[in-house]
Design a protein around this ligand. Structure first.
Ligand code: TRP
Length: 74
């Protein structure tokens, strides 16, 4: 449940128009939410009962409990 999940993922956009996309949990994996970030904007998100995966499109810095990774532009 969202309230019990202490872990957050931090996404900081390094260019305009970065998309943070939430994918559904369960047998049906599909997009359920897309958030657009411009340069310097930050999104702090969790994995929840609704969200099993997060896709980042565009250039962003991503911080997780596993470490830091940078997504790149196509
Ligand atoms: N309503 C979504 C949920 O509770 C909100 C959300 C949580 C979300 N984490 C996300 C949306 C990551 C996009 C990406 O699952």
């Amino acid at each position: 449940m969202a309230e019990k999940n202490e872990e957050y993922v931090i996404i900081k956009a390094k260019e305009d128009g970065v998309n943070v996309i939430g994918l559904t949990r369960g047998s049906d994996t599909r997009f359920h939410h897309s958030e657009k970030l411009d340069t310097g904007e930050v999104m702090i998100a969790q994995f929840t009962e609704h969200t099993s995966a997060i896709k980042v499109r565009g250039h962003a810095q991503i911080l997780t409990a596993f470490g830091e990774v940078e997504s790149e532009r196509k």
